[in-house]
Design a protein around this ligand. Sequence first.
Ligand code: OXD
Ligand code: MN
Length: 596
Amino acid sequence: MNKVYTHNKKLKDWVLKVTRLCRPDNIVWIDGTDEQKAILETEAQVSGELIQLDQKALPGCFLHRTAIDDVARTEHLTFICTRRKSEAGPNNNWMSPKVAYNKARGIFKDSMAGRIMYVIPFSMGPVGSEFSKIGVELTDSRYVALNMLIMTRVGSAVLKELDKGKDFTKCLHSKAQLDINKRLILHFPQDNTIWSVGSGYGGNVLLGKKCLSLRIASFIARRERWLAEHMLIMGIEEPNGHIEYIAAAFPSACGKTNLAMLVPPEGLRVKGYRIWTVGDDIAWMRVDSDGALWAVNPESGFFGVAPGTNSKTNPAMVETINKGAIFTNVLLKPDNTVWWEGADGGVPSEGVDWQGNHWKPGMKDAKGNPILGAHPNSRFTVPIKNCPSASFRLDQHHGVPISAIIFGGRRAHLTPLIYEAFNWQHGVFVGATMASERTAAQVGQVGEVRRDPMAMLPFCGYNMAYYFRHWLNMGKRMPKAPKIFHVNWFRTDEHGKFLWPGFTENLRVLEWVLDRCNNKVRARETEIGYVPYSQDIDLTGLDLSKEVLDRLLEVKPKEWIEELKGIRKFFQEFKKDLPKELWEEYESLKKRIKAE
Ligand code: OXD
Ligand code: MN
């Protein structure tokens, strides 16, 4: 065992208890130093966990391959283990803590024999900030240890906080046999504990991320009166040099990461606009003494999807992942660099695919389907500070003040490009009824509407009806509450063609959002909220006719009749727990669209 760094009795006792259960050969405390990181990288290459990439082209970069049935979050094996089932709500899989601990204990037993157990003390949020929470992950995976060094703040400063007796989330992970039949991702919010076993996939095993910063944190946030949200945070520098910050929640595959590091289109860049990236996935938000909502990104890295990332979709990310990145399940090129479907440059003539097999373009599997070079959910982890648009306020303890909250979804027809909620309560209704239509990329019927309130459906660590209540209450605690908006970049014409030209132009919509926040523009009051007058969206340098913009901004009350049915069905799942204010909003909308 390397030196034990802590005087925190609870931590020492817990490490001992886990050691007795999992029986690792050795224990290594992760101290956050470059020296130790270099040792781990070398060991990971020897063990085959990492492949070093061309260090000239990609300094500090490595490739990792997971097991082929361990490539994404396994929501059906993810549980919230509260004492009562009703506390987990209809939105979560539930197991009683007793049953869950017993079941998992059997899998954890002796699972680390022949392996090293790493003790990783980490902080989500700047160390010492009022926002921040400490976690300690015990894991038998070097890959996890190296990724946690990227995704979280690890090191002696965290240990100092623990020495002061600070509480921490107990995060236990073992790869065990990487057996999908013995895989469990368990959350015990009432014990501030996470147990993850049988997986090596990032979303299941980097326990500071979805497990701590969303599921456990959302539970704690309700008690402590703050918000833990699945939101990007970005700063928009206006031509006068002032920076306004927004937080935005979108279901997956709606371009959250790309928006967070948008490069302004030429027409707006020359006006003086610039984007500052604070975070691409998670926002922790508190009401500060000024009565406004302030946010930090608890993470220090990006865990991004590789396929589709290129200099057109996300030039800032392409620059970010040039160094210090760990790629997972992408294609390895003969020159020891990496590639994925939709990457820059041509398709390589050969390589080693994500499963470790020799690959050539055009190869087909036994069913005649194309064999992909990179898995569709292949990923990279990389420090945020590599990003050319990284905010200079990333480490500030108070975070950034939030002027607007934006919800979004992928809807071919229903929702206009942008609308503003009438007030906070209506905004909570807009977030609670957020939905996306299935695309061809997902299993199931194309066009089917899937509800994903606040993009938190897989991540809310308790009954979502209580979560809506918490959101309503938060509005009452904020004299300077942010305005709430809804965007839809995906409206199509009758031929299925997108009406809005694409991600790079989205800043034009955000410009209107900020103008609304600063009372600079009027808006058209419609049945669903405030919508821009078309002349208030700046189209300089963009080839988009007024007619198309009008179509993008149109509200069609008739289409909302069908939508109301879906909302009703969804709300009914929460039975008597659903706050009456949301039913009130439902009834008001019904009245406004005259759907009697
Ligand atoms: C993610 C997700 O990986 O939301 O960020 O699934
Ligand atoms: Mn996410």
